[in-house]
Design a protein around this ligand. Structure first.
Ligand code: NAD
Ligand code: USQ
Length: 430
């Protein structure tokens, strides 16, 4: 049975639709026949300008992408620019569209960005936590039956020395038993914002009867999906710098341009990973199999776990098959994290719903490296090699050098970091 045949057409708000995952998700749901409303405040493009970072693959503006998609596929996407921290804007969206489901990607999602300084930590938590709270109130008051599909992160759990369950832990303490949210020891102010979101969503489900799926997603890799491949104008962003680029994507770019792979510290840090195409499948499965009213369902959304050393070895082996040598460099770890630890996270719920994972192998790595190699001339070797934020002291010389190029801070005018001021909504020129 195809996805399209299992679910009738739903009105879905995709929040954070201009992002790495949000844009392919918007197209995916549109192709499946859903009425898709794509929402973003374009903040990521501002944060890039602030920090002197950019997508390796050139990306079009939202209106251009939407036009190209409609022209090629005859499927509509409705584009709305809105900031989730602006409750009036959120409320208008819910009043206008009465969505059956909301897929919520729209957060500041970089751990290093949240560790630059006080302003970036406060901004991250207010942007993420207040945005999600606004959504919960809009759902309660406008569309109580709406299914909230929220992107959380595996990093909420940290790296405990016990197996990680999917959201909840059956626990016996002093002779009494209970089922409680799994303990969380996250590793950055960003990851903490997701923990706060999860607690707020869990509370709203219990008290207001909201239905929610909290997807604790692992690190995503890959350069696109079948939809982004239709035309260069449909490319999604691909980050390679140390603030926005994630481990395996960065390693693919480093291999493509012949730079050493930057393993932080000992490299035993183990995380869950998934192909961006599996992200599409997981979210579609959650959409088509909604949570019950009052249920706060938690899925661990990843397909395989790897240590950083294992990822570096896989990339090196893939290159060796073409006779190419890849250096691996263990550089001082800019983060505060355990570099050698036990890690065993459950991830059964999405498999039970029918997920058929794409496993990481030579072919996939070859195709990602091959694709990014075409854009090798756009790579800034300093952004690729040098971490610009450390957990102990924040933005370093590299951050200062590149953010000076970017001009004024994209968050400096925000009321969110200066209580008492009304919010300035920066106008991005995209
Ligand atoms: P991204 O930065 O590429 O996209 C996020 C989008 O949200 C951006 O376009 C940004 O402009 C928008 N946004 C941020 N704050 C907003 C606000 N207040 N109002 C409206 N729009 C806002 O991030 P991504 O990699 O696509 O990640 C999407 C989601 O998935 C995030 O919530 C992230 O935490 C989560 N996630 C990502 C990964 C990963 O490896 N990329 C892994 C696990 C979880
Ligand atoms: N790492 C390296 N070398 C690098 C980059 C990273 O060794 O060049 C290490 C980091 O120290 C860390 C691990 O790789 O131990 C993962 O780092 P990352 O930058 O790939 O991912 P992270 O900061 O955890 O954040 C990313 C996304 C975030 C998402 C998270 C999923 O940016 O939005 O929530 O992955 S998870 O890691 O499961 O929490």
């Amino acid at each position: 049975m195809t996805s399209a045949s299992r679910a009738s057409s739903l009105t879905v708000l995709v929040l954070g639709a201009d992002g790495y995952i949000g844009w392919p998700m918007t197209m995916h749901l549109s192709r499946l026949g859903h009425r898709v409303v794509a929402v973003d405040n374009l903040a990521r493009r501002r944060w890039d300008r602030e920090g002197g970072t950019y997508s390796l693959l050139p990306i079009k503006s939202m209106p251009q992408r939407v036009r190209r998609w409609q022209e090629l596929t005859k499927n509509a996407i409705e584009w709305r620019r809105a900031d989730l921290t602006d409750f009036a804007a959120v409320d208008r969206l819910f009043a206008e569209f009465k969505p059956a489901a909301v897929v919520h990607f729209a957060e500041q999602r970089s751990a290093p960005f949240s560790m630059i300084d006080r302003e970036h930590a406060v901004f991250t938590q207010v942007n993420n936590v207040a945005g999600t709270l606004n959504l919960l109130f809009a759902i309660r008051d406008r569309v109580p039956d709406c299914h909230l599909i929220k992107l959380g992160t595996m990093g909420e759990y940290g790296t405990p020395n016990i197996d990680i369950e999917e959201g909840y832990l059956d626990i016996e303490h002093n002779g009494r038993r209970d089922r409680l949210p799994f303990p969380k020891v996250p590793g950055s102010f960003y990851h903490l914002s997701k923990v706060h979101d999860s607690a707020n969503i869990h509370f709203a489900c219990r008290v207001w009867g909201i239905r929610a799926t909290d997807l604790n997603q692992g690190v995503v890799y890959g350069v696109g999906t079948e939809d982004t491949a239709l035309h260069p104008d449909l490319s999604t962003r691909f980050d390679f710098d140390s603030i926005w680029g994630t481990a395996l994507n960065r390693f693919c770019v480093q291999a493509a341009v012949g730079q050493p792979l930057t393993v932080y510290g000992k490299g035993g840090q183990t995380r869950g990973y998934l192909d961006i195409r599996d992200t599409m499948a997981c979210i579609t499965l959650a959409l088509e199999n909604p949570a019950e009213r009052s249920e706060c369902r938690v899925f661990n959304q990843f397909t395989e776990q790897f240590s950083i050393n294992q990822l570096a070895e896989l990339v090196s082996l893939t290159r060796a098959q073409h006779g190419l040598e890849t250096a691996v460099s263990h550089i001082p770890n800019p983060r505060f994290e355990t570099e050698s630890h036990y890690y065993n996270a459950k991830h059964q719920h999405l498999l039970d719903l029918g997920l058929k994972p794409h496993m990481l192998g030579d072919t996939l790595l070859d195709s990602v490296i091959g694709k990014v190699a075409k854009y090798a001339k756009r790579v800034d070797p300093v952004l690729l090699a040098k971490p610009s934020v450390t957990w102990k002291s924040g933005g370093n010389e590299v951050w200062k050098q590149y953010s000076a190029k970017g001009g004024s801070s994209a968050i400096a005018g925000s009321a969110m970091i200066r209580p008492g001021f009304s919010q300035t909504r920066a106008k991005a020129a995209v």
